[in-house]
Design a protein around this ligand. Structure first.
Ligand SMILES: [Zn+2]
Length: 323
């Protein structure tokens, strides 16, 4: 079996080929078009913590190492998950850490029209149906899939009015994509997730829909994010295909675990970062991503100069086998 590093190197070579093929003629007026546009998309459910710093740093360095743009998107599509003030606190912390983003910050809470338009297109294509299954019923009737219970298709042929939850009719095709670290990933979304909800009965657009629409409409070419989202990627690709969007290049980064083996997150109260002394956390995050810069950097400016220069996908630690 090939190591993660070899897979990542092969994938990186393939990635270059794809970019070269997308830009076959080096015409001067095309030179300014970015062939790499990355993003970091935190959920503002609390302060930026070490786990999300890893995703921010990995996506930033990969973008800069490829002369790409790096955009910020606040994923505040689900109001109950938003902690007041935390979007601003995340932006302030990223600024204090020395991240420099391109263009304006995008807020999902301001993009409802784009999500509604995508839903309309899917309704016109016959890809959406109404579902009034209760949470209790879903739990009882479903088998467990890659990311929670598999929806058994209870409402598929019921022709319910579209004033309930709007569910996406997943095709029976198998989704296969090449992750730059995980390698080849295959998923039969219909069997492993089932039809999934795009608009909840309470009027909230779901994460899968918002992310897919945003990444496509904002022209994101490379998605570098934590491997906790690897299970979501096939659903996003199946939606991209239904909406006629291109599929970006994916790199899912290893996720930092706490001492109990659980994911570091705001829920497990990972220690907040310090904006008055940002270098130690940046150095730890860089080390986690395979870059040991501790001996060579004494200032933020030195850190960013060196980190962008030495970033290599091939140095990333392998993903832990999970599932
Ligand atoms: Zn249903």
């Amino acid at each position: 079996m090939k190591s993660g590093a070899i897979l990542a190197r092969e994938a990186a070579d393939q990635d270059k080929t794809e970019i070269a093929m997308n830009n076959p003629i080096p015409m001067p007026e095309l030179m300014s078009l970015p062939c790499y546009r990355g993003r970091f998309a935190p959920t503002p459910s609390g302060a930026l913590h070490f786990g999300s710093l890893i995703a921010a740093l990995g996506s930033y360095l990969d973008a800069r190492a490829h002369a790409g743009e790096w955009h910020l998107r606040i994923e505040d599509v689900d109001p109950p998950r938003v902690a007041p003030g935390s979007a601003d606190s995340i932006l302030r912390m990223l600024d204090a850490l020395g991240f420099e983003w391109d263009g304006p910050v995008v807020y999902q809470s301001q993009r409802s029209e784009a999500y509604a338009a995508a839903i309309e297109r899917l309704i016109d294509a016959g890809r959406i149906y109404g579902c009034d299954c209760s949470r209790k019923l879903l739990k009882e009737s479903a088998i467990m899939g890659v990311d929670g219970p598999v929806y058994p298709g209870t409402c598929r042929e019921r022709n319910l009015p579209l004033n309930t939850a709007r569910r996406f009719r997943v095709p029976a095709t198998r989704i296969v994509f090449n992750d730059l670290l995980a390698g080849r990933v295959a998923c039969a979304v219909a069997d492993e997730c089932g039809d999934f909800v795009l608009l909840r009965a309470d009027g909230v657009f779901t994460y899968q829909l918002a992310v897919t629409v945003d990444d496509a409409e904002l022209g994101i070419t490379h998605i570098v994010r934590g491997a906790d989202l690897l299970a979501s990627t096939p659903r996003q690709i199946v939606l991209q295909q239904a909406l006629g969007y291109p599929t970006p290049t994916y790199l899912h980064l290893p996720v930092a675990l706490n001492d109990d083996g659980g994911k570091l997150s705001k829920q497990t109260l990972a220690a907040p970062l310090r904006d008055d002394d940002p270098l130690p956390a940046l150095l730890r995050a860089a080390q986690f991503l395979g870059l040991d810069l501790r001996q060579e950097t004494g200032s933020l400016a030195e850190f960013w100069q060196l980190a962008a220069r030495v970033w290599q996908r091939g140095k990333l630690p392998p993903l832990r086998a999970k599932r």
